[in-house]
Ligand binder design. Structure first.
Ligand SMILES: [Zn+2]
Length: 474
């Protein structure tokens, strides 16, 4: 393996979060009945004229700034001609020589990976095939004309794992700045890759193979690993690697040849005559810069510095903007960063996952969580009771303090009451008491647990332990 060098580049397509399509006013929302969000423009009917969606341009510029790119002050749209049943005009409006942004980078594990370009285009329709009979195919043009942004990296990624890490980071960044929801299952983020492998001592670059049809970040990594091995085997046997496009077969976990270079398209790019070159004012770029605010990397660093949290904690808390916002809102009510962070990581995220709820749709408000943690920290309720409360109000969003009163969950701090329970427990567990007295300290833990249980989670473990020790030794 050490004898070889791998070079990977990625092409990421991202559907932009705009209300309407790229060149018409049709709704761009996912999931509507087929062909209900269409008009003469996105159906490519004769005589219809495109109008540029300025919001899409703003979002592409926002991405360019977040990826440290140079923003072009003037760019043009071109026609990329090819025939396919999901493309009603037989050409796609795209960009070629003058994209929205160029020459930036994204830092992944301390390494800057170059971004070659970011350009805007329109999405195609979607083909639906009858899989049972294989007798018909249909086209849904709802997707036709949805604003699509293509981000092309420089060939600077050096392993399949680094490619996956790059995609994770890119996804986080793009969702953070509100440019796309990046849901791979709904097709709002798609990725093609290219890979070449050469012997380290060879001066000439390896032959490039393109990979398509990966539908998760993990598939991208696996397809690249498979291809890396396939090429290395060929190089070892002195076989010629062909320049080709290959498809990832998810079921078989292999890549399969699709087309070679001889069959590659000639797209006959030429300037779109129905659209003028687009000019970007300096003010607009400045305005977008201000809007972007704090980026995830900056926020991660700030969390470490300001709240003295570990890099493990901050990575989880800043993985999604909604979680980071939630954390900071909860902190503003109960300023205990480590405690709030623990509750979010071990309790809240677990519940969200269990119920398949996105952080942004969480019914328990940051204020409610902060109040639960505060009640635990102040000793009003036990930590176990706090966890129960969070579970109980998770789906309803009920006020935690009212819940505590209704369910009578307030912690017992009255010593006499706890002593009564301890006496019972001592009587019922004579063996454990003797074990403890004869030098088995773990027996005490068992007894504390029994007292907490009998108190219905309302006794304070620290207090119980002290009283227990005192009473046994008397
Ligand atoms: Zn339309």
């Amino acid at each position: 393996m050490d004898e070889f060098q791998t070079v990977i580049g990625l092409e990421v397509h991202v559907e932009l979060l705009t209300d309407s399509k790229m060149f018409c006013g049709c709704c761009a929302k996912f999931g509507a009945k087929p062909n209900t969000q269409v008009c003469p423009v996105c159906l490519g009917l004769p005589g219809s004229l495109p109008v540029v969606n300025e919001k899409a341009i703003e979002l592409a510029i926002r991405t360019g700034i977040a990826l440290n790119c140079k923003i072009n002050h003037e760019f043009v749209f071109v026609r990329k001609s090819y025939f396919y049943p999901d493309l009603p005009k037989n050409f796609q409006i795209s960009q070629y020589r003058n994209p929205v942004a160029e020459d930036g980078y994204l830092t992944v594990d301390g390494k800057n990976i170059g971004i070659a370009r970011i350009h805007l285009e329109e999405d195609t329709g979607k083909l639906v095939h009858d899989e049972q009979t294989g007798m018909w195919s249909a086209v849904d043009f709802n997707r036709s004309g949805i604003p699509l942004m293509e981000i092309v990296t420089k060939p600077e990624i050096s392993s399949p794992q680094e490619a996956e890490n790059f995609l994770q980071k890119l996804k986080r960044l793009i969702s953070y700045i509100g440019v796309s929801d990046c849901i791979m299952e709904e097709g709002s983020l798609r990725c093609d890759a290219n890979i070449s492998v050469k012997r380290k001592m060879d001066l000439k670059l390896g032959t490039k193979v393109e990979l398509k049809n990966m539908n998760s970040f993990r598939s991208v990594r696996r397809a690249l690993s498979y291809e890396e091995q396939r090429i290395i085997e060929m190089l070892k046997e002195d076989k010629t690697v062909e320049q080709e496009t290959r498809l990832w077969n998810e079921t078989l976990q292999i890549t399969e040849g699709m087309r070679t270079k001889e069959e590659a398209h000639d797209y006959r790019y030429f300037p779109e005559p129905d659209l003028l070159p687009f000019k970007i004012e300096h003010d607009l770029i400045e305005r977008i810069k201000v809007q972007i605010g704090e980026l995830p990397d900056e926020r991660e660093k700030r969390f470490q510095k300001e709240y003295l949290l570990s890099s493990y904690d901050t990575a989880i808390l800043t993985a999604e903007k909604e979680i980071a916002d939630y954390f900071e809102k909860a902190l503003s009510l109960h300023n205990k960063p480590k405690q709030i962070a623990n509750w979010i990581q071990t309790e809240l995220l677990g519940l969200l996952k269990e119920h398949h709820i996105k952080p942004g749709d969480c019914k328990v408000s940051p204020e409610s969580l902060a109040r639960i943690v505060k009640m635990v920290d102040q000793g009003t309720i036990s930590s176990a009771a706090g966890k129960t409360i969070l579970k109980e109000i998770f789906l309803t969003g009920q006020d935690p303090e009212i819940f505590v009163k209704e369910k009578n969950l307030t912690q017992i701090t009255d010593t006499a009451e706890i002593e009564k329970i301890i006496l019972q427990v001592i009587q019922q567990n004579q063996k454990a008491v003797i074990d403890y007295k004869t030098g088995k300290p773990q027996a005490l833990g068992f007894l504390v647990g029994q007292v907490i249980k009998q108190s219905k989670n309302k006794a304070n473990p620290v207090q119980v332990k002290q009283l227990l020790q005192k009473m046994i030794n008397e």
